[in-house]
Design a protein around this ligand. Structure first.
Ligand code: C5P
Length: 218
């Protein structure tokens, strides 16, 4: 392999995507948001009322799902069967269900396969929960991000509020705790720090300091 792969994993709302985007911009790498893919699948499953315990229906749904990334006005956007769903997948009704969908084995195999294809022969930064453990166990640099749960909830709450979502800080805190619980305890590639991943606790670090932390270790 001649391309470089940076894997960023960690808990919900730790600022993984902010750091990954800054890195990709600085290094001229491709940024891939694996969480957005699970969110797009979740949107499809909700719209089509796909029962998670019905293997055939799940398989049929996955075969009917096409996820693509594209750039529009300098922003990375994601499309689900040709429809730009970048905004919709950030809403709370998706966050409330995405970890359940992501725990389904067939969903994971389909996403992991596509993620591995996307990383072939390209310099990439990919963020998620299982990038350093399952998707790219041979990544050149692995970062495991964490931060104080209260700080994470406050950051995400402000972000959602600014987008006009009608939610409380408690709801956001509960959602993060719920997702972290499912993501770390699921059977299929749970969220866990890879042995060779560097821990980055950004509770007290600004974006510039986080970027520098990674650049210093590349
Ligand atoms: O990264 P983000 O918070 O948008 O991810 C949403 C959800 O997708 C996570 O809570 C997790 O359940 C799932 N996910 C995953 N594996 C990844 C990325 C995300 O299971 N690699």
């Amino acid at each position: 392999r001649t391309n470089t792969i940076i894997a960023i994993d960690g808990y919900s709302s730790c600022g993984k995507s902010t750091l990954a985007k800054a890195l990709a911009k600085k290094l001229h790498y491709l940024y891939i948001d694996s969480g957005a893919m699970y969110r797009a699948v979740t949107l499809y499953f909700i719209r089509h009322a796909v029962p998670l315990d019905d293997e055939q229906k799940v398989a049929a749904a996955l075969a009917a799902i096409h996820i693509d990334f594209h750039t529009a006005a300098g922003q990375t956007c994601i499309s689900l069967n040709g429809e730009d769903v970048s905004e919709e997948i950030r809403q709370m009704f998706i966050s409330d269900y995405v970890s359940e969908v992501s725990a389904v084995k067939a969903v994971r195999s389909a996403m992991v396969a596509q993620q591995q294809r996307m990383g072939r022969n390209k310099n990439i930064v990919m963020d998620g929960r299982d990038i350093g453990t399952t998707v790219f166990p041979d990544a050149d640099l692995k970062i495991f991000m964490t931060a104080d749960p209260k700080v994470r909830a406050e950051r995400r709450y402000l972000e959602l509020k600014n987008k006009g979502e009608d939610i409380t800080l408690e709801e956001v805190f509960e959602n993060l705790a719920h997702r972290d619980y499912i993501d770390t305890t699921r059977e299929e590639s749970p969220l866990v720090r890879a042995n060779d991943a560097l821990i980055l606790d950004n509770t007290d670090l600004n974006e510039e300091e986080q970027l520098q932390f990674v650049l210093d270790r590349l």
